[in-house]
Design a protein around this ligand. Structure first.
Ligand code: HPA
Length: 237
């Protein structure tokens, strides 16, 4: 039985799913990192691939951009396909001065300006947290895989890419927020709602405060490989 947004049959998606934002990146991760990858769904340009990673069944699927997009896919994966763990691999804008372009940021929790923090339990602003076993797996792997700095801490999942509010960036940075992206809170909320697990592994692609340069093409390739390996380690932990 397909869902409104995924056309795979039950059993065609592995319990462990890697989720980049860009659907073409999902195609590439499947080709470069999965053995025997098969396309099991293709709806609205979002392809789902299933194969094995170091012998363990794993699927890869793009999330699209923003909390609504990732929360639709994550909820359907958890609820209808028996998925137990999703790792988002993506990029973020650096916010903290300790975080530099090219570093890795692992989102232990996600602040958001999206309504989902206040929608689910009346009168409560919920906090959205990563899976601790996945976080531990990612940190252990990252230490072995890369000499580049790896930071673990809060990220900000913004509903607006073009926010244009320095006061919000300043306030969040003063409270220890490491970087800004647009999906982690939606993924963590879906995991909480479905009794499943999630983690976000981000490469810092630009910096909102320190004006540092964007990455070179070579740096992008190396860091992309690192985030896939750290993400896979979190799924397998
Ligand atoms: N804002 C939101 N999402 C992002 C950014 C940003 O600056 N950089 C990478 N993803």
């Amino acid at each position: 039985m397909a869902t409104p947004h995924i056309a795979a049959e039950p059993g065609q998606i592995a319990p462990l799913v890697m989720m980049p934002g860009d659907p073409r990146r999902a195609d590439r991760i499947a080709k470069d990192y999965l053995a025997d990858a098969q396309q099991v769904s293709q709806v609205r340009g979002i392809t789902v691939w299933t194969g094995t990673y170091e012998g363990t069944p794993m699927s890869v699927m793009g999330s699209g951009m923003g909390i609504p997009s990732i929360s639709i896919y994550a909820t359907e994966l958890y609820r209808f396909y028996g998925v137990r763990r999703i790792v988002r691999v993506g990029t973020c804008g650096g916010m903290a001065s300790s975080v530099k372009v090219g570093d890795t940021v692992i989102g232990t929790c996600a602040h958001t300006n999206a309504s989902l923090s206040t929608l689910l339990v009346p009168g409560v602003n919920l906090s959205w947290a990563a899976s601790y076993p996945m976080l531990r797996g990612a940190m252990d792997a990252a230490q072995a895989l890369t000499d580049a700095p790896v930071h673990a801490g809060p990220v900000y999942s913004s509903d607006l890419f073009y926010l244009g509010r320095a006061d919000i960036v300043q306030g969040l940075t003063a409270l220890g927020t490491l970087g800004v992206e647009m999906e982690a809170a939606g993924l963590y909320a879906a995991a909480a709602q479905e009794g499943a697990e999630a983690l976000t592994v981000l490469t810092v692609s630009d910096h909102l405060v320190d004006g540092s340069n964007d990455m070179t093409a070579q740096e992008r390739e190396t860091l992309y490989a690192t985030s896939v390996k750290v993400g896979a380690a979190a799924l397998l932990a």
